[in-house]
Write a protein that binds this ligand. Structure first.
Ligand SMILES: [Zn+2]
Length: 52
């Protein structure tokens, strides 16, 4: 499962995890729920926990 982070400014990044949880690299998706959407796209985050 993957989750896309689309901040108001900047490009979107696909992380490991799902909306409502914490990403593989430790971001809490509940803090800004409108920035996150579940996706089946390839993970593009290069931080530890997501890229492996
Ligand atoms: Zn990540």
């Amino acid at each position: 499962m993957a989750v896309r982070h689309t901040p108001p400014s900047g490009s979107s990044v696909v992380h490991k995890g799902q909306k409502g949880g914490t990403t593989g690299c430790g971001i809490d998706t509940n803090k800004n729920p409108s920035h996150w959407s579940n996706t089946h796209d390839k993970i593009t985050c290069d931080k530890n926990g997501c890229k492996n």
